[in-house]
Design a protein around this ligand. Structure first.
Ligand code: CA
Length: 312
């Protein structure tokens, strides 16, 4: 998400179940999705999905901003799992901004990836006053459902490490990818798209930061590979569509291919995740179900039988 959407809040009518859902959850709960959006009981922004063994894990932010407040209020991330994309288990929140002692607040977009039996959660978060602006941190756990702890004790990326943009929120929206040769990459950015190699420990950069130029790049990169092609999808323009580029190499050059998701209703952002699970491709994104364009309700899940998912 970007700061632009913070300015577009309007009147909101909160359903009762939302008002009761801000209490901390202490045990797993199970529910069956009734079509899209699949999550309706909380504002769950920025879905990132991970396939691990026989399940899909969906990680989201959690917006608890009260009615009429202009802006997001996000202190924790949420974790859902499913074996069939129909019945979901919501696990107790595995990660709170308080886990990062150097951070101020704002549980923004994130992604979890597994390596060598550990789970690494890359998050966008506001740094404290020692580094102005947004930053990227990494948390780690032995289980996909956590609990997660700060893997570094400091930010991996701070705003002052990237100079291409003068805005304070250009270092957000981390996405991670491990190539077939086991080399890991971190992509991130708002208005400028960055990437860097990561060492095997997933907590240190392994070389210089690079930038990628793509048409109308806004934010929300996501990288996946299928049938020998690398796909880099991202938020295009603002309000955001989702576009994608393809390459034969994870380090490019990337060829722009077009739009795969239009503006999501009255929501300024989509924040997609793309996974393959049990033989189907899934496009998972958020939109808003309320009259307030800054509130995210989803994810929506679209499978590969939908013609607009043109990835192969
Ligand atoms: Ca920066």
């Amino acid at each position: 998400m970007s700061l632009g959407s913070l300015l577009q809040r309007s009147l909101i009518i909160l359903p009762f179940f939302y008002l009761t859902s801000t209490h901390a959850q202490t045990a797993d709960t199970v529910f069956t999705a009734n079509g899209n959006p699949v999550f309706r009981h909380k504002f769950t922004a920025d879905p990132a999905a991970m396939v691990y063994k026989d399940k899909v894990y969906i990680y989201t932010g959690h917006d608890v901003a009260p009615e009429k407040r202009n802006g997001y209020e996000m202190h924790e991330w949420l974790c859902f799992s499913t074996s069939d994309m129909q019945t979901f288990t919501e696990h107790p929140s595995p990660l709170n901004v308080k886990a990062f002692k150097w951070a101020k607040d704002d549980a923004w977009a994130s992604q979890v990836i597994e390596r060598n039996g550990k789970f690494y959660w890359f998050v966008a978060i506001s740094h404290d006053s020692t580094h102005r602006g947004k930053a990227i941190g990494v948390a780690v756990s032995d289980k996909p459902t956590g609990p997660f702890t700060d893997a570094i004790g400091a930010a991996l990326i701070t705003n002052d490490m990237t100079k291409e943009s003068k805005i304070s929120w250009d270092d957000i929206d981390p996405t991670v990818f491990i190539d077939d040769n086991k080399q890991a990459y971190l992509f991130w950015g708002n208005t400028t798209l960055h990437y860097v190699k990561l060492k095997e420990n997933m907590t240190e950069m392994d070389g210089p930061m690079q930038t990628i130029s793509l048409p109308h790049f806004t934010e929300a990169p996501w990288v996946h590979k299928k049938n020998g092609w690398y796909y880099l999808s991202y938020a295009y323009e603002f309000p955001e569509k989702i576009a994608y580029a393809m390459s034969r190499s994870i380090e490019g050059p990337w060829e722009y291919k077009g739009i795969i998701n239009e503006i999501a209703g009255n929501c300024n952002t989509n924040h997609q995740a793309i996974i393959e699970f049990k033989g189907k491709d899934y496009f998972i994104y958020h939109n808003t179900r309320s009259s307030d364009s800054t509130k995210k309700y989803s994810p929506h899940i679209t499978d590969s039988s939908t013609p607009r998912l043109l990835l192969t």
